[in-house]
Design a protein around this ligand. Sequence first.
Ligand code: SAM
Length: 345
Amino acid sequence: MMDSVRLLVTTIPGLEDVTVAEASEKLSLKSFEVKPGQVAGRVILEVSEEEASKVFRLRSIEHVIRLLKIFPVEASLKGLDIIYRELYGLEVELGSTFRITCERVGSHDYTSIDVQRVAGQALVDRYGTKVNLKNPETIVRVDVAREWCFVGVQLTRQPLHIRYLRVFQHPSALNPVIAYGMLRLSGLKSGETLLDAFCGGGTIIIEAAQAWENLEALGIDISPKNIEGAWKNAESAGVKDKVNFMVADACRLEKFLPEGWKADREVSNLPFGIRSGRLKALPKIYRGFLSSVKSFLSRSAMLCLLTARRNILESSALEEGYEVAEARKIAYGGLESWIIRLKPP
Ligand SMILES: C[S@@+](CC[C@H](N)C(=O)[O-])C[C@H]1O[C@@H](n2cnc3c(N)ncnc32)[C@H](O)[C@@H]1O
């Protein structure tokens, strides 16, 4: 019988179900657990040893950790003794050097630095292996999530959202993991037409072109500098021939798009009015866009929009006759943000 391996993967809090859906589609999952220890942004995937390498190809995750041990831990200082004991008893290949990394969620009488120190000491005492903080051969994760401790070897060095060199760095560039999640939530299928009317440096359009086949993918931004940057990013990502970008105003699409052109999905990271200022202008932009885009949507179209201004977007959508199909909260860059799916009138 094939041995199975349990991998703890990290994602954007609020997108755990997207990870499960993607993993179920691309791997033969033996089991999964969403938010182990009630920690958002984590999923445990159990797969065969043979399938484990495919996990790194998932587009909805950031890090992959091979789980070795899960044990209960106390919130008092006694918790540190438990961590020392469990780590001392851990069977693990450390190679020539190692480092402990800890993420701690919940309230404890100790910090993540304390956990790193105690866990590191336990492994040094047991194996005599040297610690190398900068460039270790092995990264051991010792995450404390409320009353549980998750120990494993982190298999990723860089977060998996780094897919290509962003030659142009938009000041509000979206994490491609979120872009992928939004595209999935929009219901995008190969062969469809996709519009991002606020494309900035092109993240959503580029993500779609990398992950879906035969799309017609059009990105629009009011700033010529951003459109120039989006083309450069698309070239860097190897999808320049599969995408199109255009300088245009999302609130006056009829001036720029040919009559009869229809998008099946509209997926955008809207201006929030924080980083680029101008909160007051948002209702006008949101309403103007929702009004203008209506005649460029196919009959079964879905919009999937990211904003930190849920109220402004929902009231604009209702005034324009859209139906709010879903509003889900995600944690993004320290802000409470919302992915909102709208069905056109
Ligand atoms: C949050 S940013 C998008 C960032 C993008 N997702 C990325 O990863 O680079 C919003 C973008 O909307 C653009 N924008 C603002 N008002 C617009 C309008 N009326 N029409 C088109 N684009 C507009 C801004 O120039 C900005 O690039």
